[in-house]
Write a protein that binds this ligand. Structure first.
Ligand code: NAP
Length: 337
């Protein structure tokens, strides 16, 4: 068994990670942290029958584990990741702290200086289907954000084939379940504000996930500067749907477009390309660890892609465990299907 710890187990992403690890055939949970509920058990704060003690970060027994899942907010994650790496522990970080390769870009978007630019060189961006070879050897894995996971998996087959028109906009219109905002209460996620509502926020190029998507689109040979991103909060607890409008450099038949996606993802256990007459919905992936994608041609040069993930599954804990599996040479979908 591989001994692991979870930082931030009391939060939504951390609790989801603990649930997956509880059912994992090769992982043993050694510690779980919370600051505000330290001294209590997980069963005191969630309706589960697991007497898993919660300890503060300062009491985490790093010397007893081989890997940690860091499910803390950005900024709080950095010092924890640095300590874990100093202790020689492999890290899967679910925060944004190690996703951007450029420390100055991080400072610009997150309004704090990066505490360890050197570790940014070590970090591997863990979009598993795209970076699997680097993930295998990763000692510090930056797990992608939920919006980037849904948008980038939709774009990847077209980027890989060099089919996206670099002069045309890539328009991603995304809806997220409210758990995407974390467990801490806030006015904008209050039931009365959210229920029977649909609220756009940070639209255009102002959401913090934009630079992460731009970085990956550019690395894959596309034109990230063409991305326009409109996130929304939807009145569901969990789930994420991204509708992505793209233009192509050449005419592509509906059959060839669909074949490109099924071919790219043919061996992927956690990506589900829907039949050509289906449309992906939040229901296709709710409480799962997979991504479902549908492809709808508008004309020979334009497609509408719909990509569905569970923000806490493939968008967070599911992809984190998928990366853990790859890093430790396990079956990639172990504990996930
Ligand atoms: N929610 C999602 O759908 C999602 C998707 C992808 C990535 N993520 C990322 O995953 C991370 C966790 O998100 P979340 O939604 O689970 O947030 P959350 O529900 O607010 O949970 C945050 C966790 O971090 C702990 N924490 C907060 N501040 C801390 C500090 N200064 N020092 C130590 N521990 C601290 C909290 O512990 P206590 O409050 O118990 O003290 C809690 O366990 C974030 O970086 C987020 O961006 C989340």
């Amino acid at each position: 068994m591989i001994r692991v710890g979870v930082f931030g187990a009391s939060g939504y992403a951390g609790f989801e990670t603990v649930q997956l690890l509880k059912n994992h055939p090769a992982a043993e949970l050694v510690f779980a942290t919370s600051e505000s509920s330290a001294g209590q058990s997980l069963s005191d704060i969630y309706p589960v029958p697991w007497n898993i003690p919660l300890a503060p970060v300062a009491e985490a027994t790093l010397e007893q584990v081989e890997a940690v899942f860091c499910c803390l907010p950005h900024g709080a994650s950095m010092p924890t990741v640095i300590s874990a790496r100093k202790a020689g522990v492999r890290v899967i970080d679910l925060s944004a702290d190690f996703r951007l390769a450029d420390a100055e870009l991080y400072r610009h978007w997150y309004q704090v200086p990066h505490e360890s630019p050197a570790l940014l060189n070590e970090a591997v961006y863990g979009l598993t289907e795209v970076n699997r070879d680097q993930v295998r050897a990763a000692t510090l894995l930056a797990n992608p954000g939920c919006y980037p996971t849904s948008v980038l998996l939709a774009l990847y087959p077209l980027l890989k084939a060099g089919l996206l028109d670099p002069a045309a906009p890539i328009i991603a219109d995304s809806k997220s379940g409210v758990s995407g905002a974390g467990r801490k209460p806030a006015l904008k996620t209050h039931f009365v504000e959210i229920n029977e509502n649909l609220a756009p926020y940070n639209i255009g190029r102002s959401h913090r996930h934009v630079p992460e998507m731009v970085q990956t689109i550019d690395r894959l040979g596309g034109s990230g500067e063409r991305l326009i991103f409109s996130p929304h909060l939807a009145p569901v607890s969990r789930g994420m749907l991204s509708t992505v409008y793209v233009s192509l450099v050449q005419d592509v038949t509906p059959e060839a477009a669909h074949r490109l996606f099924t071919g790219t993802y043919a061996r992927e256990p956690l990506v589900w390309v829907l039949p050509s007459d289906h449309l992906a919905t939040i229901g296709h992936t709710r409480r799962t660890n997979r991504c479902a994608i549908s492809i709808t041609p508008v004309n020979p040069r334009q497609l509408i892609l719909v990509s569905s993930i569970d923000n806490l599954g493939k968008g967070a804990a599911g992809q984190a465990v998928q990366n853990f599996n790859v890093m430790f040479g396990l079956e990639e979908s172990a504990g996930l299907v």
